[in-house]
Design a protein around this ligand. Sequence first.
Ligand code: GLV
Ligand code: MN
Ligand code: MN
Length: 421
Amino acid sequence: MLQSHQSELHDRLDTGVTELSTFRDHERPGWSREVFSEAYRASREWTANRMRAAGLEVHLDAAGNIVGRLAGLDPSAPALVTGSHTDTVDGGGRFDGVVGVLGAIEAARLLAAGGRQLRRDLLVVDFLGEESNVFGLSCLGSRAAAQELTPADLDRCDYRGVSLGRAYTDFGLDPAKLSDVPWARRPLQAFVELHIEQGPTLEQRGLPLGIVTAITGIERFIASFAGSADHAGTTSMEDRRDAMIAAAEGVLAVRAEGCGAPTHGVATTTRVDSESRSPNVVPSLVRMYGEVRSVDPGWLSGVQGRLGAEITARAAKLGVDVGFEWSSDNAVVEASRGVQDVAGAAADTLGLPWMPIPSGATHDAVHMASLAPMGMIFIPSKNGKSHCPEEWSSTEDIAVGAQALVATLQRLDGGDTRPQH
Ligand code: GLV
Ligand code: MN
Ligand code: MN
């Protein structure tokens, strides 16, 4: 790449991260820009303008995704798609998702400036609301584009009782039309997402790139513990049916489940709520929220049975009953063998060392995999930190990722057959 193009790429990525990070919810910690928030709404015009300035034709689709098109020579050829998301978790950082959107826009700019028009259309997408939200559902925009958002999903309610369908309406989107996304119905050649690793492996190994092999599946649960309300001063320790102690045992059982995974597995309790407001009442109803993840579908498919039985048995010893609500956020998804090979060959040509790597985080790529052969390119995360304000990747590393994305898209554009799934 020409020196002038390189320093322009560097500067544009650097200012892009900085400018986008100014759209944040000042009442919340970190760089919060949650889906449906005012900060997120305000940031979207910035993103659309960035796409327009890179020469893309931009539209907002019915699912709420911002889509920029770089026209190819043959509009009937299956299109290439790249992109990620610009929403954050509450208290999140500046790079998760943002790197994949800015990297995709810069890739399109470089391809347009390269003088050799692509044969295929290139679609750059900023997907709506990738992070799991107050409705407990991730990847809203890619899920809807893939026709995987269900009517039951729209009925999910947040802690105030507001439904997801209502949140869409308030954001200016029609919940009845979310899957009406023509770009996702046309033939697609491949989807490639650039993303930060969100873990420590690449940094520890001194590698600039990872090529994703598979994306974790996620099972989420709410466990409700029902004990007995009693006077906290007069009821002996033996006579209590304390729902809080049963939940504490449940937290330890969740940890033991993750620690016992044979290959890759993690299990997290994220919240425990008690209905008891008074400090002098033994808690009678406690809810515990969490999730279990793995790239091993066999182990993950058994988690509901194993963990349910263990938590129930521990609670029974305390005289406490337990009920579970399980929901699957997504199944384990393998990256396309063909796209992995193309991305690896592109990195080799650029002289960039890389490793195959599984993703313990979920991504829009999970849902795009049902529409097109899917691949992901990871860049290092400083100290492996993510979903926190300290999340950081250097502009040099992001620029390397964008170059790898360009080279991968060029190779995919040239292929006559669809990469192997
Ligand atoms: C998203 O980043 C997730 O893995 O939950
Ligand atoms: Mn992400
Ligand atoms: Mn994330």
